[in-house]
Structure formats: C-alpha cells, structure tokens
Design a protein around this ligand. Structure first.
Ligand code: SAJ
Length: 420
C-alpha cells in the first residue's frame, strides 16, 4: 500500500461512494465516509447498508466491525478526499452541480498541503476545474493546480467510476480506470491511490478528457440502444419481427446491434448524454436525438397496450374497459435487479394505472410495491398472472423465461423480446 494514503474521506455514500469506501477499507485504508443523510450514516455505523448491491452488506459489516470504516455527517482531516455525490440535471437538462459545490465547501476547511481531492461523480466537462475553483475560494491560503500547476499545495483529479449496478464490487476492482489529473502530478497521485485496490489498468489523462470519456461511454450506449429502439418501432410498422431481424443482422462480422426495450432507465445512461448536449447544443445532434428516441419509447409501449385493449374488447363485446385486467411483468430498470429508480417499466405501469386500468404487477425481485408511486396496482406472483386478460412484458427477468405457455400470445405486448 502507498504510504501516503493512510486516511481517506469519501463524501457521498450512495451506489458508488459506499462500495468505494468499503473497498478501500478492506484494503487496509482507514476510511471516514460522509453523507448528509443521517439514516445512511446510522445504518453504516451499525454495519448495515441502505442500498441494494450484491455482497455489499457483508463487506460493510466486516470493515465497520474491524474499525476500518465509519460514517459521519461532515468531513474530517484525511490524506485524500473522494467526492461521489449525485450530479442530476435541472428541468432544462442543464447539469446541477450543487452537490459538488456543497461537498467542496464542506471539505475545504480540512485541507492541508499535499492533500489530493478526487471528483468521482459523473460530471460535465470542466466540473473538476469548477470544483477546484470552489476549493480555492474557500481556502485562499492554499494554492491549487489552476493557479500554480505542478507546484500547487493541493492535487485535484477526476476519476469517473464505470461500474455496472449489480456487479459493482467486482467491476470496481477489475475495470480499467481513467485518471484525469488537473496536472500530470495530480494524475500520478490519483493513480497511486486507486492502485491500492484496482487490478485493471489505471490510465492517466487530463481532467477534461476523463470527464468527456465517461460521458462518451454512456452516450455511446444510449445512441446504440436508441438505434435498436427505433428499429423496433419501424419493424412494428412493417410487420417484421425486430428480434429476428437484429439477430440476423448481428451475424455480419462488423454489426452488433443492442436490444430494444421499453426505454432506457437507471441514473446514468438517461442523464449523462444531456451533459454533452448542454455544453455543445449545436454540435450534439445525434446524442440529443438518441435521448429523445429512448425517452419516447415508454409512451409507444403504452400505445401498444391500448391497441391490445381495443382488440380484446372487440373480441369480447360483452366486456367493458372496467373488466379488462392487465399484467405488467417486471418493474425494475433492467433485468435481474430490484432497483426501481428511473425505471421505464415502472413509468409504464404507473401510467396505465393512472389511466384507471386494472393493473397487476409481477416483480419477483421485490416484496412490496413502493406505496406512493404505484397506487391501485396489485403485486401478484408469477403463478397468479394467468388471471389477466392482457400481458405486458417490461423486463427480461430470468424468472420470466418459461412463461410462454401462461397466456394467449395474441394478448401480449412484449417490449423487450422475452418471447421473441
Ligand atoms: N438497455 C436496453 N437495451 C440494451 C441494453 C440496455 O434497453 O441492449 C437498457 C436497460 O434495460 C436499462 C438501461 O438501458 O434500462 C441502462 O442499462 P445498462 O445495463 O446499459 O447500464 P447501467 O445504467 O446499469 O450502467 C451504465 C454502464 N455504462 C455502460 O455500459 C457504458 C456502467 O458501466 C456505468 O458505470 C453506469 O452506467 C454509470 O454509473 O454511469
């Protein structure tokens, strides 16, 4: 272990900050985790977790019990600081850096010459420089890279996380890491820090390139999913099975189309491309359109359900819309996880229920429905689902693999190609 990083302070104990803090702690570093959420702080200090991620609970329990990780509401003195706070966008899709600003202002009083401050949050280009400017405003007695370059008292870098929810603990260690220092010395120091546990390559660049690299990765995926989603809408018009089409096209050695779905969910891919659009609205035409295509997909699925309702009522003239029951399969934002945040499946189910339709939800990964979100929806088991008249597949969960015989395929909307 590098001698220079004995104590670190991780600010923001969410889906990235907490696994990062616990992994450093498991590799012998004394970690203070900081979060403004008292509940999160209390849970962590009891060795428990407030988020769902495989194996994180056992890791946190162990490192807290060993005294290597503890949580508190405010930062403290450390050798390095990692900022892993949310970076949402505002109503007009402009990035909102207020959490980075508060983190910078909270940690600034504790800075000492030689300290390293890393921004891990996915951020628009120039956010690292902005964070450094906030630090410098708060600490005019210290020098920062934008003022003194390699001679600065404080080292600043951007090191975006790139882990996949559901595989965070493995990917934190095995993924290559892009390390973007405000100067080469900043990059080198940040590399030394991450090498404590990263087994992938730590690749040095500058802060702006590192910021853009993370946004590029998620925009690349968004654009490619938009292509698949657009194909699904085109194929529906032309009466072509899009799943068969994609599998055939993918037999070309240089074609690799992703899968259409009910829309793009999660907290990253549906957000990060907007950071590029906000900075360069004139130039980022394809990236913006991809976002619009993916954001329009849930509404298209809802329209497909309405077509099935009309078909059902035509085939059953003695029934009214009040008699129709609809089973929605899956609520999570992607397969085989229980995370419902920013989920197109949840959005579709909610919208159908709000239109007064009788909705059953089947989500084997959760025990109860989020109360305020889904009113008038009943959570049922997969075995009970054949009571519904119309079946809407929203997530390709493993649990659903054998449901083909459960119902009349004419009354099916398969938004993610489960049954092809
Ligand atoms: N999706 C499709 N079709 C596909 C693939 C995905 O519709 O063919 C949908 C999923 O159902 C989901 C959404 O896209 O709703 C996003 O899922 P995902 O698995 O593509 O990505 P995330 O959001 O779980 O994680 C991404 C990852 N980025 C990339 O793969 C480029 C991860 O590595 C990042 O660390 C993460 O964003 C992040 O934190 O930025």
């Amino acid at each position: 272990m590098s001698n220079s990083f004995k104590h670190i302070c991780v600010i923001g104990l969410g889906y990235i900050g907490l696994p990062t803090a616990a992994t450093f702690a498991a590799h012998g570093v004394k970690v203070i985790g900081v979060d403004v959420n008292q509940h999160a702080v209390d849970m962590i200090n009891q060795g428990k977790v407030h988020i769902v991620e495989p194996d994180l609970d056992a890791l946190v329990r162990d490192v807290v019990a060993q005294g290597k990780l503890s949580a508190q509401l405010a930062p403290t003195e450390a050798d390095a600081y990692i900022v892993a706070v949310p970076t949402p966008f505002k109503d007009d899709y402009q990035p909102d850096l207020k959490y980075i600003e508060s983190a910078a202002k909270a940690l600034a009083p504790f800075l000492k010459p030689g300290n390293l401050v890393i921004l891990e949050s996915t951020s628009p280009v120039e956010a690292t420089e902005q964070m450094s400017a906030w630090l410098s405003e708060a600490r005019p007695d210290l020098s920062f890279p934008q003022q003194k370059g390699e001679e600065a008292d404080i080292l600043v870098a951007h090191c975006p996380e790139r882990v996949l929810p559901g595989k965070v603990l493995q990917e934190l260690i095995s993924n290559d890491r892009i390390i973007g220092g405000m100067t080469p010395r900043c990059s080198k120091a940040a590399c030394d820090l991450y090498k404590i546990f990263v087994k992938g390559a730590c690749i040095e660049t500058n802060a702006r390139t590192a910021e853009m690299c993370k946004l590029t990765e998620n925009s690349f995926r968004d654009v490619n999913i938009a292509f698949a989603n657009e194909l699904s809408v085109i194929c529906d018009k032309l009466d072509i099975n899009v799943w068969e089409l994609i599998s055939l096209a993918n037999r070309h050695p240089r074609v690799n189309i992703l899968q259409p779905g009910p829309g793009v969910g999660g907290h990253c891919i549906a957000v990060d491309p907007w950071f590029i659009v906000a900075k360069t609205p004139e130039q980022a035409r394809l990236i913006r359109t991809a976002r619009e295509v993916n954001d329009a997909k849930p509404e298209w699925v809802i329209d497909q359900v309405k077509i099935k309702i009309a078909d059902f009522l035509q085939a059953n003239p003695n029934k009214t819309i009040q008699d129709v029951t609809i089973a929605c399969y899956g609520l999570a934002f992607k397969p085989d996880i229980d995370d419902l945040r920013e989920s197109p499946a949840l959005e579709i189910t909610k919208s159908l229920a709000e239109q007064g339709l009788n909705i059953f939800a089947i989500e084997p990964n959760i025990d109860t429905l989020p109360e305020n979100v889904l009113k008038n929806v009943r959570l049922i088991s997969l075995e009970e689902s054949n009571i519904a008249n119309i079946h809407v597949i929203l997530v390709k969960h493993r649990h659903f693999e054998n449901i083909k015989n459960n119902f009349d395929l004419n009354m099916l909307v398969d938004s993610c190609g489960l049954l092809k």
